[in-house]
Write a protein that binds this ligand. Structure first.
Ligand SMILES: [Zn+2]
Length: 269
């Protein structure tokens, strides 16, 4: 859950590095901080614009899927095959739309070892706020979401505590038969990586592989995937989440500014 060095270094290298590093380490003036924050915000907005432009330029038509005779064949209201890549069935005379099915041919470049490859967004969270101070939450959750479809592909929960088991333990008796949700006895920090790896191992259930992963700067999840997902895990590519990078850099700048302000006040007193 923490944004660490790799993401930060990428942004620093795109930014005015000498001013930022110099500012943090020695003479961090307010105007320098404002300049850097503005530059980060502008970089973020520019990336968003590029994404929007890319989608606009590459938006393909889906007119056939929207025709009256075909709308009933679409399982979802917002998932249509592109006209240029849709699967075309043999047209039956007198039956309008008989050549339509909600299916597309997949470009070979989107396959990995013959299995469709998709980009996913992964993140986790704990049952209590613990970022940068205490990593001892009793429960954690992790999710994998398809970057294109925005649909949930995997959801996992890890619990270190069960009320019934705990009560029985305190009373030194056997716990009565119950549905126990305790499924974790390792560290709270390891919950996220375990859930995400579990989801990657189940990718075949969806008939796909998650070859591109968008996530925060926590490298342990990525390392666990490369280590524990057989055959294709070591080929997964990590994409840094821009939201986490901005959050991390801004927090670093503000923390250093606060420290400098406090030390200046201390000297004045
Ligand atoms: Zn239990």
């Amino acid at each position: 859950m923490s944004c660490r060095s790799s993401a930060l270094v990428d942004i620093l290298e795109e930014t005015d590095t000498s001013r930022l590093r110099g500012g943090i380490e020695s003479d961090l003036s307010l105007s320098c901080v404002i300049h850097i924050i503005l530059k980060l915000v502008l970089t973020y907005i520019s990336r968003k614009d590029m994404t929007r432009k890319f989608k606009k330029d590459h938006l393909k038509e889906t007119k056939t899927a929207s025709m009256t005779e075909n709308t009933g064949k679409n399982k979802y209201k917002n998932v249509f095959p592109y006209d240029e890549t849709r699967v075309i069935l043999d047209l039956q005379p007198g039956k309008a739309g008989s050549d339509y099915i909600n299916a597309s041919f997949i470009n070979f470049s989107l396959l990995f070892l013959g299995v469709p490859s998709v980009t996913v967004i992964c993140d986790g969270g704990w049952s209590k706020r613990s970022h940068k101070h205490s990593y001892n939450a009793l429960g954690g959750v992790g999710v994998i979401i398809g970057a294109e479809t925005k649909k949930n592909l995997h959801l996992g929960v890890r619990n270190k505590y069960c009320y019934i088991c705990n009560r029985a333990s305190n009373l030194k008796v056997d716990a009565k038969e119950h549905e126990c949700f305790k499924n974790w006895d390792k560290s709270s920090q390891a919950m996220e990586a375990d859930i995400i790896v579990e989801g990657f191992l189940k990718a075949n259930e969806h008939g796909v592989r998650y070859m591109h992963l968008i996530g925060d700067g926590d490298s342990s999840v990525y390392a666990q995937i490369m280590q524990n997902v057989p055959v294709w895990g070591k080929y997964v590519k990590k994409i840094e989440c821009s939201n986490h990078v901005c959050k991390c850099v801004c927090a670093l700048i503000l923390r250093n500014l606060l420290m400098k302000t406090q030390s200046t006040k201390a000297r004045e007193n």
